[in-house]
Design a protein around this ligand. Structure first.
Ligand code: PMP
Length: 372
């Protein structure tokens, strides 16, 4: 069957190939240590679980408003206003079925054919796919102010799509870089799904630069900080007219996010839930420090991580082959860097969203294999 040429622009997630091999090994009874998955290993806050179950029992199983449930939108806006001292209101937000879809909505609402979009390379794999699908042009810059300046000088950039803290780098974008982007680029789409997961330094958000969302579309969700990946919930913050445009997309494409997921998510912002997550964050930080210590002791090149739950490591050889061999020989799964943009073939991404013991054992086997 002839598939659309549009879809051919989409590349599959490279990590899926690794996951397939891992699944096969597991079917053969082998125990694989998963350090490839970008998914928290902890459960969502207990109150969220309880209230989701109650919502189902109480018949909250119908469509909701296409904006999302009003109480949840209010909770989101209050949380953001308290955290960033912004003055946003409910008209500035829409609840989406995940941040990924929110990104697709935002880009669909803003892009014209041949618009140039700046991405910082390494980048989250779906960004270039979405941009190409919408017939935009990807302009890559390194995570370096001089290269960003050069790319902006050479190209008429309409929009920068940024992600901080970053998947796969585990770092925040520098203040100087954000300043420069805000001064020189008309639109900023900011994916802040790892917000809250910062272990060193001050958190920097697009909302610190543009509190009234003059040129920012802010994206976030419940998957990472709250560990609620399967709830499929995200949210967008933007000017009212952008939200209204996105509403039309949501009405046509999805109608609304899951009703009972939304009912449960209302309780994610309660003190009890935030305390629960902040405790988990301490454990994530313990694992982060372990990975840093082991990499330093082994004298390996890596990007010093301060946020999210990833470490990007230079293994100085083709990482795709390396990851496959490591998995088959040592049963440790890592993500090759090649999926995160051109030039990252010699890097791997470690996710420390696994137990301390598994991270320790996985790192031991990885480093042994790297040195062998
Ligand atoms: N953005 C980034 C940078 C991510 O790493 C992920 C998940 N891996 C997403 C978006 C997707 O999040 P969601 O589950 O909310 O769709």
């Amino acid at each position: 069957m002839m598939l659309s040429s549009r879809l051919q622009a989409f590349t599959p997630f490279e990590v899926m190939e690794i996951l397939d091999i891992a699944n096969n090994l597991e079917k053969q009874g082998k125990k694989v240590i998963h350090l490839e998955i970008g998914e928290p290993d902890f459960s969502p806050p207990p109150k969220v679980i309880r209230e989701t179950i109650n919502a189902l029992k109480n018949g909250k199983t119908s469509y909701t408003s296409s904006y999302g449930i009003k109480t949840l939108r209010e909770k989101v806006v209050n949380y953001i206003n308290n955290k960033y001292k912004t003055k946003l209101n409910i008209e500035n937000t829409i609840i989406t079925p995940g941040t990924s879809l929110g990104l697709f909505y935002a880009l669909s609402a803003l892009l014209e054919k041949d618009d140039k979009i700046l991405l910082l390379n390494p980048t989250y794999p779906c960004y270039p796919n979405f941009i190409k699908f919408l017939e935009g042009k990807v302009i890559y810059a390194k995570w370096d102010l001089e290269d960003i300046k050069k790319k902006i000088r050479e190209n008429k950039i309409k929009l920068a799509l940024i992600n901080s803290p970053s998947n796969p780098l585990g770092i925040q974008i520098d203040k100087e870089v954000l300043n420069f982007l805000y001064e020189h680029i008309p639109l900023i789409v900011s994916d802040e799904i790892y917000q809250g997961l910062i272990y060193e330094g001050k958190e920097l958000s697009s909302l610190h630069f543009d509190p009234s969302l003059e040129k920012t579309i802010y994206l976030n969700g419940f998957s990472k900080y709250f560990g609620m990946t399967g709830f499929r919930l995200g949210y967008i913050l933007a000017k009212k007219e952008v939200i209204e445009a996105i509403l039309k997309l949501q009405q046509n494409l999805f109608l609304c996010p899951s009703s009972f997921s939304q009912e449960g998510a209302i309780y994610a912002f309660d003190e009890e839930s935030i305390d629960y997550i902040e405790n988990i964050k301490k454990e994530l930080d313990r694992r982060r420090r372990l990975v840093i210590k082991l990499l330093k002791e082994a004298n390996i090149d890596f990007i010093y991580p301060t946020g999210a739950f990833y470490v990007f490591v230079n293994i100085k050889r083709n990482s795709k082959n390396f990851c496959k061999k490591l998995l088959l020989k040592k049963q440790v799964a890592l993500t090759p860097g090649s999926g995160f943009g051109p030039g990252n073939e010699n890097f791997i991404r470690i996710s420390y969203a696994n137990s301390y013991e598994n991270v320790k054992e996985g790192m031991k086997r990885f480093l042994e294999f790297l040195k062998s």
